[in-house]
Design a protein around this ligand. Structure first.
Ligand SMILES: CC(C)(COP(=O)(O)OP(=O)(O)OC[C@H]1O[C@@H](n2cnc3c(N)ncnc32)[C@H](O)[C@@H]1OP(=O)(O)O)[C@@H](O)C(=O)NCCC(=O)NCCS
Length: 166
């Protein structure tokens, strides 16, 4: 699969996340979170992986949401750190390197800006959930380290903070 998609950075495209999230109910099954992510896509930088037929422009403006194979929303609150706010890849393209490629592109851009730390919050291991076992395996394979599980940060689920030094 490597080489058959391109990663582009866009801004203000709320629609890029919605379709993919609906496809992945095991991870994004709660409506209010999906709504929050779609709103976040409108304000955070989006990195999207698109297929070869997308006809995308350099700013991502022309991409149709059905051409988006994966999306990463980046939240940067401080000059030297940033957070992966959302990362999702269409189910039929899982395990084809798209998630890793999206992260690598983000990490390269952040390093160039002097950012030193990338974090992500995901479901902690004390909640039984095979889907999120895979999610944590992915972040571990991409160089993230677990820091702490916070039982009360989120209303219903334990939150695991993972970090990567860039
Ligand atoms: C997690 C996710 C973004 C990973 O993207 P992906 O494109 O499928 O992952 P990649 O192909 O880039 O995988 C990179 C490496 O991560 C690890 N990995 C990925 N998926 C894995 C799985 N299901 N089980 C174990 N390890 C896995 C592997 O080491 C893999 O390398 P390899 O295939 O050479 O062995 C994607 O599966 C997804 O959208 N999952 C549902 C939503 C989600 O969990 N989002 C994150 C919420 S915080």
């Amino acid at each position: 699969m490597s080489g058959t998609y391109t990663v582009v950075r866009t801004l203000g495209r709320a629609d890029v996340a919605h379709d993919i999230l609906e496809e992945l109910p095991e991870w994004f099954g709660i409506d209010r979170f999906t709504h929050e992510y779609v709103e976040a896509a409108a304000k955070f930088p989006n990195y999207v992986a698109v297929g070869p037929e997308s006809g995308i422009g350099p700013d991502g403006g022309a991409v149709a949401f059905e051409d988006v194979l994966g999306v990463l929303l980046l939240d940067q609150r401080y000059p030297t750190s940033a957070e992966v706010h959302l990362l999702a890849v269409r189910r039929k393209h899982h395990r084809a390197g798209i998630g890793r490629t999206l992260l690598e592109r983000v990490e390269n851009d952040l390093r160039a800006q002097g950012v030193r730390l990338l974090s992500v919050k995901t479901l902690g291991p004390s909640a039984y959930d095979p889907g999120f076992d895979q999610t944590r395996a992915f972040y571990t394979a991409c160089g993230f380290h677990p820091v702490e599980e916070f039982p009360d940060l989120w209303a219903d689920s334990p939150c695991l903070l993972m970090v990567k030094v860039l």
